[in-house]
Design a binder for this molecule. Structure first.
Ligand SMILES: [Zn+2]
Length: 167
């Protein structure tokens, strides 16, 4: 221990500090704040450690919340893409399904009317009706799925908004 020291004040409580030449880190005698001594040339800078740790923690928290927000946005984007794809598929399927059902129904009708092959004509009519009712039933299920997907998307977007309004 040398007797060479300078008097400085604590950055936290303003209390007097005796900083000796060989000190790198110490605690303030008045408030207990941990202080690091940084020497550059002839100057001495005191850094409050607790403050430094606090700052690091806050920025770490911020990063993780930004990361969470990014993940939420990614999830919402994926869901939204899936929703659009499902909707497009539904429209396409309905178009094709109804076209096929109606075509079969019409052919059946023509065959029945022409008087040739009544059984074949009636079978075609039945097949046409079956196709259309199948498409309608399937479409109802898809609508429920779409509604569920949309509800999930709403929840996600709500969470994203909550994040955005956080101070
Ligand atoms: Zn102090």
């Amino acid at each position: 221990m040398t007797d060479h020291f300078i008097k400085l004040n604590c950055g936290n409580c303003g209390g007097e500090l005796d900083v000796y030449d060989d000190m790198e880190r110490f605690a303030c005698g008045s408030c207990g704040t941990e202080i690091a001594v940084q020497r550059r040339g002839g100057t001495i800078v005191l850094k409050s450690m607790t403050e430094a740790i606090k700052n690091t923690a806050t920025s770490a928290d911020k990063t993780s919340s930004e990361l969470a927000l990014m993940r939420l946005k990614e999830e919402a984007e994926n869901l939204s893409k899936r929703y659009d794809a499902m909707l497009k598929e539904k429209i396409e399927r309905n178009k094709r399904g109804y076209l096929m059902g109606v075509s079969v129904l019409l052919i059946g009708f023509v065959v029945v009317r022409s008087g040739y092959g009544l059984v074949v004509g009636l079978s075609l009519l039945a097949a046409g009706i079956f196709t259309i009712s199948y498409i309608r039933r399937h479409d109802k299920k898809v609508v429920v799925d779409l509604r569920e997907l949309h509800a999930k998307l709403d929840v996600l977007n709500g969470r994203i908004e909550d994040h955005a309004y956080q101070p």
